[in-house]
Design a binder for this molecule. Structure first.
Ligand SMILES: [Zn+2]
Length: 324
């Protein structure tokens, strides 16, 4: 029996059920929040998150994977409070989110290892491994996957250092990997190059935000390498319109790639990147209900079968989290 760590403890992967592979509970700048707390009510925000996640659970979702790591305001104590109020399984991550440089904290630690093609274990990787094997700080919660990012700035030295640290923590622990990519600049290919050098098991890698792309050749190439494609920004129609997102998933299913995709919104219960009142204006469908209300029916209309939906929502996540 394969088990996966969640905020409330280990769960049999067979019991994960319908799993959204990229949803955030909170995305915050913690330093801003602590110094400028006006407008933040901890209890209200926790209660709001619980009610949003319970509404998601009521739609049939049983698990979310929350890739909120350093750089996005990870606070596992707060997530534990939320998890205590919902049946939904929350799987948390370790890693570091940057599009360019590493935080100064890391810059002057492990400078040798920062020549990251070297054989040493980056102190950053040791921290990730600790989060997976012994738990995050004193919370008793273990991370079950690794997360990093590359965006339109490409494979900068900082981005490469984090990616290699993630790959080495994966090699050490078996924990799977999710990478925020920028498909419009083809960064999925850059990720694969480095991960291949690191000997990473590519079947344990989600190339996040692949669904921003409609380039079937690019997407097939990444899937053929063994990766899972994160079709994970449903609702962010400003980046890629609904019809394109749905049409791309349907076209890939038709080409036999249902085993190579996972579905999600990349939405948050609360994100401080935007004034809250602005989100409904620029992304009215960017919420946890969109997949169930709009996306799944649209995929079915375009010929995606129940067993293909089951692969993307249940079987592929289960496989990804098996064998840690
Ligand atoms: Zn995200």
């Amino acid at each position: 029996m394969a088990m996966v760590e969640t905020v409330r403890g280990p769960v049999d992967v067979a019991a994960l059920g319908t799993t959204l592979m990229h949803e955030h509970v909170f995305v915050l700048n913690e330093e801003v929040r602590q110094n400028y707390p006006a407008g933040w009510d901890e209890d209200d925000r926790v209660d709001d998150a619980i009610s949003k996640l319970n509404a998601l659970a009521a739609r049939g979702c049983q698990t979310i994977a929350d890739p909120t790591v350093l750089g996005l305001g990870r606070d596992i104590g707060r997530i534990k409070r939320v998890a205590a109020g919902t049946e939904l399984n929350i799987i948390v991550a370790t890693g570091l989110y940057t599009y360019n440089e590493v935080p100064l904290y890391f810059k002057f630690r492990g400078a040798g290892a920062a020549d990251s093609a070297g054989p040493g274990l980056d102190p950053m990787a040791k921290m990730f491994i600790g989060d997976i094997t012994t738990g995050i700080a004193d919370t008793g919660v273990k991370a079950a996957f690794l997360k990093c990012a590359i965006d339109d700035q490409g494979m900068t030295p900082g981005v490469e250092r984090v990616l290699r640290a993630v790959a080495r923590a994966h090699a050490e622990t078996g924990a799977p990997v999710t990478v925020h990519t920028h498909p419009h600049s083809g960064t999925g290919r850059d990720v694969l190059r480095v991960l291949r050098e690191e000997g990473t098991d590519l079947t344990k890698v989600v190339l996040g935000h692949s669904g921003d792309s409609t380039d079937l050749d690019y997407l097939s190439e990444l899937a053929d390498a063994g990766c899972l494609l994160g079709m994970d920004r449903f609702g962010l129609d400003l980046i890629t319109p609904f019809e394109d997102r749905v049409g791309t998933v349907a076209a890939l299913c038709e080409r036999g790639y249902a085993e190579s995709m996972v579905l999600s919104h990349d939405a948050s219960c609360y994100i401080d990147w935007f004034p809250p009142e602005v989100i409904p204006m620029f992304a009215p469908a960017w919420h946890f209900g969109h997949l169930f209300d709009d996306v799944l029916p649209a995929l079915a209309e375009r010929g995606v079968t129940d067993s293909q939906l089951d692969a993307m929502l249940v079987a592929n996540p289960r496989r990804y989290f098996s064998g840690i």
